[in-house]
Design a binder for this molecule. Structure first.
Ligand code: ADP
Ligand code: MG
Length: 356
């Protein structure tokens, strides 16, 4: 994988930069700017070396970046020109330009080559710094890298290095904590780490899914309809798999793991050397179901182990507890982090030559 640090001369070069600004918006304001801040190092590096940047990014919470450009500028510390069309982006004389929501173009998610060619026109190089979308086969992540000379930004390199460490760290002392909801992204990670970790602690909806797959009664608890089939090729009898035995229950719904399970998890965490955590233990958005997630977050921070955490909701929870700076590495990836940890090939990394 070629890095921007290998580029000898960036002075005056026109760089097409894929960034990740897909932030949550509440009352029109950016609720959590972690992902934007994580782009700053690469942007500063490119600007310092004299490059002119056009950024491509998507946002799901808004149609357009227009209303948050003032906030973006403040966070990044650079005056930013928002342009609405690909042609304006290529012809702009500004040093720092943002092309509006790339997913407005239906060709983006189709990984359309002709669209990628339109994007590439007038640029010298392409840089991908959007780790969180690198599991997507999209034009601004994948097709574009076949048209322009393609380089990894500093964040992509950092993400890959840190997650690689999580995969390669010795199984002894390595604890995986898996919660949250989406079975299709979580089960492959559980499967991959059964042979690569000392224990896998399970909470969230995925705990309900496993109990159900084991033929247990989970009342009216939320379950994922895809889980049963996905769990068929996971060894659910493994003693490495730690499933809670008590829950916080309301109207027969398991909404958080219970105090005994929390205690047991914290005890295991305190002995760990390396911890990987994705997914809240319960419906943490409601205070009365946030206890286990909060205690686990604190226990990881107290453990002294190396820790890698990720997932949009996991980060939102940890941020709420004021613990976001207490971990060795916080990934900007949700789905992409899980795909990487599951041992899948990410199209965006493949396009940068990572697997060759
Ligand atoms: P992440 O974004 O960190 O990867 P997910 O998106 O997979 O996490 O899951 C987070 C969501 O799962 C949260 O909205 C949370 O409320 C929900 N959740 C976790 N446990 C439960 C539960 N027992 N019942 C209902 N919802 C839950
Ligand atoms: Mg989520």
């Amino acid at each position: 994988m070629k890095s921007i640090t290998e580029l000898q001369d960036l002075n005056g070069k026109k760089v097409l930069l894929r960034v990740d600004f897909d932030v949550p918006i509440v009352d029109g304001k950016i609720q959590e700017s972690f992902r934007i801040k994580k782009q700053k190092e690469t942007i500063d590096y490119l600007l310092k070396h004299g490059a002119r940047i056009v950024m491509m990014a998507h946002i799901k919470a808004l149609d357009s970046f227009a209303s948050i450009v003032p906030e973006l500028q403040t966070i990044l510390g650079h005056s930013t020109q928002l342009v609405l069309t690909i042609e304006e982006a290529a012809s702009s004389s500004a040093d720092f330009v943002l092309l509006d929501n790339i997913r407005k173009h239906p060709e983006e998610e189709k990984n359309d080559t002709a669209f990628a060619q339109r994007l590439a026109a007038g640029f010298d190089i392409y840089v991908n710094n959007a780790f969180a979308v690198s599991h997507r086969d999209h034009a601004s992540v994948s097709a574009i890298a076949k048209i322009l000379p393609a380089y990894a930004g500093l964040l992509i390199q950092q993400e890959v290095n840190e997650l690689q460490k999580a995969v390669e760290a010795p199984a002894e002392g390595k604890i995986i904590i898996m919660g949250g909801a989406k079975a299709s992204t979580k089960v492959p990670v559980i499967k991959n780490f059964l042979s690569k970790a000392e224990a896998i602690l399970i909470g969230g909806v995925i705990a309900n899914d496993i109990l159900l797959a084991q033929g247990k009664d989970v009342g009216a608890s939320l379950v994922d309809s895809d889980a049963k089939e996905l769990l068929q090729d996971v060894d659910l009898t493994s003693d490495k798999l730690i499933i809670p035995e008590d829950f916080v229950v309301e109207d027969t719904k398991y909404l958080d793991i219970g105090p005994q399970a929390t205690e047991k998890f914290c005890q295991i965490i305190s002995t760990a050397k390396f911890i990987v955590w994705n997914g809240p233990m319960g419906m943490f958005e409601e205070e009365r179901f946030a206890a286990a997630t909060h205690r686990i977050a604190q226990a990881i921070s107290d453990s002294g182990a190396l820790s890698v955490i990720g997932g949009g909701d996991t980060i939102a929870a940890v941020n709420k507890f004021g613990l976001l700076d207490k971990y060795s590495f916080v990934s900007t990836g949700g789905g992409s982090m899980l795909a990487f940890l599951a041992g899948e090939k990410l199209p965006g990394l493949q396009a940068l030559g990572y697997y060759s």
